[in-house]
Design a protein around this ligand. Structure first.
Ligand code: IPM
Ligand code: MN
Length: 374
């Protein structure tokens, strides 16, 4: 119709740059996301929030009372990093990161593990074709629930109890998410780790439950039963189980054995740091805290790396990849894929090393390079 303008799709996104190098890598992530928005025809409105260590030291308040309610209005939050050398460990992590994960019911922590270039992998004889899986970490329960307490604190009889909370609802929704992800990964194209008899039986993907059924006989019994009960509804997904200690061994020996892995909060935390190392380090590892029906939060996996603050040497690729995951989550799939492909291209053609200070480029230059490669 003459004179009628087509409304551009617009996304409002909360941004918490946070501590240390968090704000620097966030700038690069937003720069690349902006470039993708321009290219793919949508608009991003950034809404900055100053939560973090500096604000806490200044005001004594970790999160203002209004914060969770405010953030709930967004579909996505972009988070740089939390962790400040002058703040006692735990205050910001629990008060910002974990509080938002819990109160916004971001019950999935999604961590893709993909090696982009063989030389960045510390494993002998492993290349990009061997390291390409995704970890679905439960993000609201387990040992992170904060259940427990002390008895006789400060005495020789002191008892400290930390309990793992596993609810049927919490476990089941996490497993369902993982099954559905396995089903739709690669758009249903078969995973190359399947055996002929699996493909013959109509399988296209594999979901591995990572647990410890031989020792944690309450928690992982619930996980295992729920896993087995759900499996028949996902006929294309081959199910597999491995103990967490064995998973650690196989991440090093045979990472090509994994497609999608689902696990509890604590095991997920631990195995994804190991996984980050085999994909090239914290410089590239990104993650999303997902509430499929609410507010999700995307972050680079590495911490605030305070010693590099302001030096323009930290690797922003993890942060940039987190922005790509965010756009993908918002439905801008093409933009998300373009960001990942641009990162791959820059890693393979420009970046000397993924480590801070050894990239051959500054933080801002890497952001510029990826934005230009879109
Ligand atoms: C992570 C981090 C957090 C966690 C910390 C900072 C609380 O290690 O996102 O993996 O343990 O979940
Ligand atoms: Mn961690």
């Amino acid at each position: 119709m003459a004179g009628k303008r087509i409304e551009m799709k617009t996304y409002d996104i909360a941004v918490i740059g946070g501590d240390g190098t968090g704000p620097e890598v966030t700038l690069e992530a937003l720069k690349v996301a902006e470039a993708a928005a321009k290219k793919f025809g949508f608009k991003l409105n950034w809404h900055p929030y100053d939560f973090g260590g500096d604000r806490y030291l200044r005001t004594g308040e970790v999160l203002p009372d209004s914060a969770v309610g405010d953030l709930r209005q967004y579909k996505a939050i972009y988070l740089g990093a939390v962790g400040h050398p002058q703040v006692k460990p735990g205050i910001l992590e629990k008060g910002i990161l974990l509080r938002l994960r819990f109160e916004l019911e971001q019950y999935i922590n999604l961590r893709p593990v993909r090696l982009y270039r063989a030389q960045d992998c510390p494993l002998k004889d492993k290349g990009p074709e061997h390291v390409d899986f995704i970890v679905v970490r439960e993000n609201n329960e387990g040992l992170y629930a904060g259940a427990g307490g002390y008895l006789f604190k400060g005495t020789p009889h002191e008892v400290a109890i930390q309990e793992s909370v596993n609810t049927r609802r919490g476990v089941e929704r996490c497993l369902k998410y993982a099954f559905e992800l396995a089903q739709r990964r690669r758009n249903g194209a078969p995973w190359k780790g399947l055996k002929p008899e699996d493909t013959g039986a109509g399988k296209t993907a594999q979901l591995t439950l990572c647990g410890k059924t031989n020792v944690l006989t309450y928690a992982f019994d619930l996980w295992f039963r729920a896993f087995q009960e759900l499996a028949p509804a996902y006929s294309t997904v081959k199910t597999d189980y491995a103990h967490v200690d064995a998973i650690c061994m196989w991440f090093v020996k045979n990472p090509e054995w994994f497609d999608v892995i689902v696990t509890d909060n604590m095991f997920g935390d631990i195995i994804t740091d190991l996984a980050a190392m085999i994909q090239g380090g914290l410089g590239v590892a990104a993650g999303g805290n997902i509430n499929p029906d609410g507010t999700s939060m995307f972050e680079p996996m590495g911490g605030s790396a305070p010693k590099y603050t302001g030096l323009n040497v930290i690797n922003p690729l993890a942060a940039i990849n987190a922005a790509g995951m965010m756009l993908d989550f918002l439905g801008e799939t093409e933009a998300g894929t373009a960001i990942e492909n641009a990162s791959i291209q820059i890693i393979n053609t420009k970046i000397q090393s993924l480590a801070a200070g050894k990239m051959g480029y500054s933080t801002t230059q890497v952001g510029d390079l990826v934005a230009a490669a879109l």
